[in-house]
Design a protein around this ligand. Structure first.
Ligand SMILES: Nc1ncnc2c1ncn2[C@@H]1O[C@H](COP(=O)(O)OP(=O)(O)OP(=O)(O)O)[C@@H](O)[C@H]1O
Ligand SMILES: Nc1ccn([C@H]2C[C@H](O)[C@@H](COP(=O)(O)O)O2)c(=O)n1
Ligand SMILES: [Mg+2]
Length: 191
């Protein structure tokens, strides 16, 4: 049974940044759905490269069959890990239903870490990220924010109704955000 924490929030809210620190200090393996998709996009021989790039540039969501298989393969590859941080997933209803279909009975969903941050702050962070991403531009970010508002936030609300969401304000300095995130993990792992 894989222990899983979903990490959700607007683009640029700091999911990858915080997940990297959690991985380093708390023994969870960080799996960024976006990073896995970008790697698949670049993989020689992949049949999904163009499809993935189109979705990334359009800020839309890749069919779950592709993303969920990448996630499960990555979990299998680190099967002895204490737990997994599933960063940027599930991002819409298709992701959620596909995950439940493929992973039902195989995972213990501990909680959803929701990094909340004003969209204007998030957009500015992405525009200054400097990682050469094809979706860190005004047009793509506009679409990514629209996807977040219309598709992803309802998923956060779904988990909220189940009492599974742990919200942390990520507009603050990284160190302050991280300290609060550690408290969330500590509380969750004391149960
Ligand atoms: N608390 C923070 N304060 C200031 N800058 C931050 C903070 N957290 C992250 N950043 C910076 O903001 C940018 C986006 O952070 P990060 O890539 O972690 O966000 P993300 O939520 O993973 O974004 P995406 O969904 O686009 O992958 C990075 O340049 C990062 O260094
Ligand atoms: N569940 C997911 C996660 C990501 N993607 C695609 C579309 C996103 O805009 C892009 C980048 O994700 P990020 O690195 O910003 O978390 O990857 C998707 O289709 N499905
Ligand atoms: Mg990220």
């Amino acid at each position: 049974m894989y222990n899983v924490v979903f990490v959700l929030g607007p683009p640029g809210s700091g999911k990858g940044t915080i997940c990297a620190q959690i991985q380093e200090n708390l023994g969870y393996v960080h799996l960024s759905a976006g990073d896995l998709l970008r790697a698949e996009r670049e993989r020689v021989g992949s049949q999904f490269g163009a499809l993935i790039e189109n979705h990334i540039k359009n800020g839309s969501i890749v069919p779950v069959e592709i993303t969920c298989s990448l996630l499960e393969n990555a979990m299998i590859a680190s099967k002895d890990a204490n737990g997994f941080l599933i960063d940027g997933f599930p991002r819409n209803e298709d992701n959620l239903s596909g995950w439940n279909k493929q992973m039902g009975g195989k995972v213990n969903e501990q909680f959803v870490l929701f990094l909340s941050c004003p969209v204007d702050v998030c957009i500015d962070r992405c525009l200054h990220r400097g990682q050469g991403r094809t979706d860190d531009n005004v047009d793509s970010l506009k679409k990514r924010v629209e996807t977040y508002n219309h598709s992803t936030f309802p998923i956060i609300e779904h988990f909220g109704k189940l009492g599974m969401v742990r919200e942390v304000n990520s507009e603050r300095p990284v160190a302050e955000v991280y300290n609060d995130v550690v408290e969330v993990f500590t509380a969750a792992n004391q149960k």
